[in-house]
Design a protein around this ligand. Structure first.
Ligand SMILES: [Zn+2]
Length: 620
């Protein structure tokens, strides 16, 4: 008789027929009767009474083991099963019970060893395969073996929901989406019988959508998500919906689901979900770009880029920013256009090769303007500009801000060192030097502080290849004028007239009197060159009509007109016609605005001096 294999109080091993613990003195028999119910104790004593008669009957020990298993005491059961197996190692039932006990206490290797023994005796043992499946399904490295076993017993286990769900998870992990889908569809077909709760059902449908996406069965995935209502807004499901709708080109739907998970993007880290969202954001962005909604296009392109820094995403974002630059450029906001251009190039440098034409157009316009940025800006925007143009100042940002703060109440003019270092500056005809004006040197520019008022700034370049540049600026308290320009090259001496009947005018404006008419091929001496700053002047580029209320008046190429207002394809314009002023509409594509175009001051062969519009003169 042995009540315990180990003392329940101090774990000291207990020997056969021992009534008290040799270590702690516990009364083992009393303890046994105390722990277990009376009918268990009587069954236990009955079997032991038989063992006293048949000491080598393995079945009796096996029965003791089963007795303990029946009250969930696998630890107590194992020594009896082991004893039974010592007497007879071919008893399948004992082997399986012992394996089960080891499985229950978590000793999987012992359990596996016994189960393999059981399968030698009976290859098709369901119970052996079941436990073996449970063992392998606990270890990802043994999933392939788990699947092999599952295939053997699946017909017998078709009503075991836990088994089916476990097998489905294994197939998903092994990326066998076809099999996973089969299992899920089977479970769903047995819904009533298997008594699936709502939570499991939702998770099964979620897996099914995923499996269909992975199998590229997008139509099926689409049908599922159309029906799938998810109150909890599960991030995976929102992602699948966003992805499938964008694949199906239902972009507005896709965008609406995207917006719902947008604030949770930081929590999504699964690479697959991130890829799906990056794909969707890219598609949504392209959709809005096509619609001309640059704000939303930019928003989604930024999200796509932040999710996944692929060349495709970066390229899209750069293209959208370039579109914004073009918008600014078209509304003559050259500086913001340039800033956006730099931004686009920093995101995707190759864009300057792919969109060479429009980029050089913006740069050239910026270069053409005498003063690119004579805009009144607040101090902080100035700091931004400096950062944009000189990344080294990033390190000195605080320094810059401090310096700017000092002069918060004083106006100043900020001039690029490139300009200052290559010219003599006269302020109100007084030569500038660091001694007679208060200055703050920055990294690549100099701030010159002046009392509020109007100033004439004249820059006389050291090189004789360039023209003097001057302008008058009004400085207000607390504001800084940012001045950056390239000196204009002096014109070459000779020019050739490229149009016929080109008008030589007294002043560089289409409103000034006509001095002479020049012919194609006439050679003239160039004296000066100027950029027009008049916003209302334009000339016709070809023969066209002025459409008045009553009639169409023909206009020659090169005819000066004054822009009254712009109406899309047409402008409202005024022009001189046979001594009268006429008003009407002209096609916008037939005219060219004179703003920021060049005027040449020329001398003709017969010594007449006047101005020719740059369009009709070629420098030699
Ligand atoms: Zn003890």
């Amino acid at each position: 008789m042995r009540y315990f294999s180990k003392c329940p109080k101090c774990s000291n091993p207990v020997k056969e027929n021992q009534k008290f613990c040799t270590k702690c003195g516990l009364n083992l028999e009393a303890e046994f009767r105390n722990i277990y119910p009376a009918d268990f104790v009587s069954k236990f004593l009955n079997i032991y009474a038989q063992i006293d008669i048949e000491k080598n009957n393995d079945q009796l020990y096996s029965q003791l083991g089963e007795l303990f298993l029946s009250i969930d005491k696998p630890n107590e059961a194992i020594p009896y099963f082991e004893k039974a197996l010592e007497l007879n190692d071919k008893n399948l039932k004992t082997i399986l019970n012992c394996a089960s006990a080891y499985f229950q206490i978590g000793d999987l290797s012992h359990s596996e060893f016994l189960l393999k023994k059981a399968l030698v005796i009976d290859l098709d043992s369901i119970q052996a395969n079941e436990i073996l499946f449970d063992i392998y399904s606990k270890d990802k490295t043994k999933y392939n073996e788990a699947v092999k076993i599952a295939e053997k017993i699946i017909n017998q286990k078709s009503d075991d929901l836990n088994f089916l769900i476990k097998l489905k998870d294994i197939y998903l992990y092994l990326q066998n989406f076809k099999k996973a889908k089969e299992i899920i569809n089977f479970i769903l077909s047995q819904r009533q019988k298997l008594n699936i709760n709502e939570k499991d059902l939702k998770s099964l449908l979620k897996n099914l959508i995923y499996a269909n996406i992975k199998l590229e069965n997008y139509d099926q995935a689409y049908q599922l998500i159309e029906k799938f209502y998810d109150q909890d807004e599960d991030l995976s499901i929102l992602t699948y919906k966003t992805f499938i709708y964008s694949l199906k080109n239902e972009i507005e739907k896709s965008a609406s689901y995207f917006t719902r998970l947008e604030h949770k993007l930081a929590f999504i880290s699964t690479p697959e979900l991130v890829d799906m969202l990056s794909f969707s954001a890219n598609k949504i962005s392209k959709f809005y770009l096509e619609k001309g909604n640059l704000t939303l296009a930019e928003k989604f392109a930024k999200i796509a880029t932040s999710l996944s820094k692929t060349e495709e995403n970066k390229k899209l974002l750069a293209e959208i920013i370039l579109h914004k630059a073009i918008e600014k450029y078209n509304s003559s906001k050259t500086f913001p256009a340039l800033r956006l251009l730099i931004n686009a190039q920093s995101i995707y440098p190759q864009i300057k090769y792919e969109k060479r034409e429009i980029i050089s157009k913006i740069y050239n316009k910026a270069k053409k303007q005498t003063i690119i940025y004579s805009i009144i800006l607040t101090l902080y925007i100035i700091a931004l500009i400096i950062i944009l143009y000189d990344y080294r100042i990033w390190q000195n940002l605080k320094d810059v801000k401090n310096k700017l703060d000092i002069f918060q109440n004083y106006p100043a003019i900020l001039i690029k060192d490139e300009v200052i270092n290559n010219s003599t500056l006269f302020i109100n005809s007084k030569e500038f030097s660091n001694q007679n004006f208060q200055t703050t040197p920055l990294q690549t520019s100099t701030l010159i502080h002046l009392p509020p008022g109007s100033y004439k700034f004249e820059f006389k370049p050291y090189s004789s290849n360039y023209l003097d540049t001057s302008f008058i600026l009004y400085l207000q308290p607390g504001k800084i004028l940012y001045v950056d320009f390239k000196f204009k090259e002096k014109p070459s001496l000779i020019g050739v007239i490229t149009g016929s009947n080109v008008i030589l005018r007294a002043e560089p404006t289409t409103l000034s009197p006509i001095i002479a008419r020049l012919n194609k091929g006439d050679v003239v001496t160039i004296l000066d060159k100027l950029l027009s700053e008049n916003l209302t002047e334009a000339i016709t580029l070809k023969e066209t009509f002025l459409i008045t209320g009553f009639t169409k008046v023909p206009l020659n190429r090169g005819k000066a007109i004054k822009i009254i207002s712009e109406r899309g394809d047409y402008i409202e314009a005024e022009t001189d016609y046979q001594g009268r002023k006429l008003r009407g509409l002209i096609r916008t594509s037939d005219i060219e605005k004179i703003y920021s175009q060049i005027w040449y001051k020329v001398k003709t062969n017969d010594q007449k001096i006047g101005w020719v519009f740059g369009k009709f003169l070629q420098e030699q």
